[in-house]
Design a protein around this ligand. Sequence first.
Ligand SMILES: NC(=O)C1=CN([C@@H]2O[C@H](COP(=O)(O)OP(=O)(O)OC[C@H]3O[C@@H](n4cnc5c(N)ncnc54)[C@H](O)[C@@H]3O)[C@@H](O)[C@H]2O)C=CC1
Ligand SMILES: C[C@H](O)[C@@H]1OC(=O)[C@H](O)[C@@H]1O
Length: 254
Amino acid sequence: MKLLDGKTVLVTGGSTGIGRAAAIGAARHGADVAINYHSRDEDAESCVAEIESLGQRAFALKGDVALPETATDFVAKAVAAFGKVDVMVSNAGICPFHAFLDMPVEVFERTQKVNMHGAYFMCQAAARQMVAQGHGGAIVAVSSISALVGGEFQTHYTPTKAGVHSLMQSAAIALGKHNIRCNSVLPGTILTEINKDDLADPEKRRSMEGRVPLGRLGAPDDLAGPIVFLASDMAAYVTGAALLVDGGMYVNLQ
Ligand SMILES: NC(=O)C1=CN([C@@H]2O[C@H](COP(=O)(O)OP(=O)(O)OC[C@H]3O[C@@H](n4cnc5c(N)ncnc54)[C@H](O)[C@@H]3O)[C@@H](O)[C@H]2O)C=CC1
Ligand SMILES: C[C@H](O)[C@@H]1OC(=O)[C@H](O)[C@@H]1O
């Protein structure tokens, strides 16, 4: 069964990792897909080619989500290409691991701007379009298990993920009357470029794996199903919710 037949899905940070898996997962479920990306044109082009090979329409637009105009431009171009916006997957994010006591101001501010401001502007721009269309919609934000637990070298990052989680809760209230549902997924540790260097340390990787009851770290595709589900009408009565997708890592105290 295709869950997103005829829908138009926008994904930020869609050229790699979780965003790419969500974009291709949505296309597998019948959606036309627009991706935003920040760098590496070849990744974006290959994602578009993969979606088109599934028989769906796709385009990629380069832009920095930290800037409000990137969001308005992305939504406007998606409407020009596909005629409407049904789903926004706000996924783009960075996590430059760094110690707390000597955190450079620029690293702190950039992390807030990309992860938190970026999510805010993208979700707001998509919501404005959905309200104007008048037939509802769905927003799925990629938060993190880090919205709920800390990390020694993530003091600048974990508050942004708590912020994204909270944004979905408040947006769910603000947009419920327009039948726009707002939910977040909370991935655990998923093997992507964001943590390639961090997990290159075999001891760190083993310790992270050891915390997962399902016995492995996640793959980007592990997020595709939960994101497609929350975007789809199967989740018609789900809003303001947060879905952990972590192999059980969060509940594994001892
Ligand atoms: N990999 C993991 O263990 C986890 C990742 N997450 C979140 O998942 C999201 C996706 O990350 P991953 O797929 O893991 O890593 P990734 O590095 O493969 O993907 C990040 C994406 O965001 C894009 N991006 C970065 N800065 C941007 C900007 N300024 N403007 C537009 N796009 C930008 C990148 O180009 C890339 O496509 C992030 O929000 C991250 O915080 C959450 C929990 C765990
Ligand atoms: C980048 C990290 O490996 C990853 O990001 C998160 O949000 C998770 O908590 C992991 O720490």
